[in-house]
Design a protein around this ligand. Structure first.
Ligand code: CTP
Ligand code: MG
Length: 227
């Protein structure tokens, strides 16, 4: 089995509070972006990597690709103002793919076994998204007042990768684009388009590096993996 992966990397990392795109921050001496790209570079199922980038970071990213020998990166496309726009631009550049994965460049700890399970499920069923079971009790709250406790057994925290048959996701993404609809993940666009989406149980390690505390957590994950 094989797939193309699309990685949105065109954010600015505001919540991280660094002076530059958080993807260039280092974990154990290696940029977050290089950690993420290496997972796909080393996965024999991954045929091609398409990156959505900030145009002004092109040279730095090309340098990183050379330094870490990321030979599967074939296209660097200009991202947009919103993550969804960056993904859409990269998806268009990935035409010809049968199965496409969308994965946040800011999630460097994705496991190959999760990727493979997603590809298998998307091939069989249309769409599959990485998710973990909710750990906390969840309540619906309006104006500070609890309305109800939601049955936790039915709740999942959603991550990326999100895998789809390429034509199905393109149809959903095109529809959202035409209607000016902004979703929070690809799964949401697919749901709106009536495409079946399944969850694949992922690892709690597959955290997005969003705020400075996440970097401490990330270094901890790398330390544990080295033991
Ligand atoms: N992303 C993107 N294009 C955007 C916004 C985000 O490609 N216009 C990418 C980011 O680079 C990241 C992923 O989408 O890899 C997930 O987004 P997020 O964690 O929110 O990153 P940022 O938007 O960079 O961070 P912040 O929201 O704190 O500014
Ligand atoms: Mg963001």
């Amino acid at each position: 089995m094989n797939y193309t992966v699309v990685l949105p990397a065109a954010g600015s990392g505001k919540r991280m509070g660094a002076a530059y795109n958080k993807l260039f921050l280092k974990l154990n001496g290696k940029p977050i972006l290089a950690h993420t790209l290496e997972v796909f570079q080393l996965d024999p199922w991954c045929e091609e990597i398409v990156l959505a980038i900030n145009e002004q970071e092109r040279q730095d990213i090309e340098k990183l690709i050379t330094q870490y020998q990321l030979t599967k990166v074939t296209k660097l496309v200009q991202g947009g103002d919103e993550r969804q726009h960056s993904v859409y631009a990269a998806l268009q550049a990935a035409s010809g793919a049968e199965i496409v994965l969308v994965h946040d460049a800011a999630r460097p700890f994705i496991l190959q076994e999760t990727i493979h399970a997603l590809v298998e499920k998307a091939t069989a069923s249309g769409g599959a998204i990485a998710a973990v079971k909710a750990k906390d009790t969840m309540k619906r709250v309006v104006d500070g007042q609890v309305q109800e406790t939601i049955d936790r057994e039915t709740l999942w925290s959603v991550q990326t990768p999100q895998a789809f048959q390429y034509e199905l996701l393109m149809k959903a993404a095109r529809q959202a684009d035409e209607q000016g609809f902004l979703g929070t993940d690809e799964g949401m666009l697919a749901e709106r388009a009536g495409i079946p989406v399944y969850v694949v149980e992922s690892s709690y390690d597959n955290q997005k590096m969003t705020t400075p505390e996440d970097l401490v957590l990330g270094e901890g994950i790398l330390r544990r993996r080295e033991e």
